[in-house]
Design a protein around this ligand. Sequence first.
Ligand code: NAD
Length: 254
Amino acid sequence: MFSLTGKQAVITGGGSGIGRAIARLFARQGAAVHIIELSAEAGQAAADEIGRDGGRAWVHAADVSQQAQVAAVFQAIGAVDILVNNAGIAHVGSVENTAEADFDRVYQVNVKGAYNCLHAAVPGMKQRGAGVILNLASIAAHVGITDRFAYSMSKGALFAMTLSVARDYLPHGIRCNSISPARVHTPFVDGFLAKNYAGQEQAIFEKLSKSQPIGRMGTPDEVAALALYLCSDEAGFVTGCDYPIDGGFTTLNN
Ligand code: NAD
């Protein structure tokens, strides 16, 4: 079960955290993995790790927010069976203290980056009558999280794009779903703590852990396992859905 042998998978932001875990697991399951990364160094480290594990991975240094760069990468890759829109950035702030430049940057990476990859990948999938797309949304797309104005906007957009693409390409054999994690312990979280809560990282880490009723953060490998299911042939009946993976955050926080 869950074999990806013979499949070509693109994972954006595959050099770190959740994307890296997805890249590693997909390669282990037999996929040829293409990592699109802003940080060529992080992408290469992930690809080297996959290589040591006996898998196949290629790194494409690119900024997903730049359409020309994304188009060139997809042109070089050729046929894509699986696209995982994972690259994303965080931002902390309410509408009042979100600067225009910050709002634009979150939109450019999280929303436009996914659109750029969809725009590049979907025509080929449509032509072949097959394809799977997975978007990394967030619980912030579904519940109000304090001080996440721009981030929530971007993740709500990913959820809506999931539904739109799933609907439009249902007749073409393309499935599209999204995953909405609560807090997952990745460099994304560590960076966010260092930037926004310098000096009180440990206390805030514990607070963030406890905000999941299960009492801890998720792990990148736990998210990767769900991603594998959704991108495998075993999930052939699943499209247009969002999957929370949140330690009870959205349903048990009362
Ligand atoms: P991370 O910061 O550990 O990794 C993100 C990767 O994306 C990095 O390697 C970074 O270089 C790359 N990246 C950033 N901007 C890019 C760009 N413009 N072009 C190409 N690559 C770019 O993040 P993570 O925690 O693994 O999160 C991955 C995804 O999951 C994000 O979309 C995030 O919003 C989402 N998510 C994370 C959490 C969490 O708690 N970690 C929770 C919910 C959703």
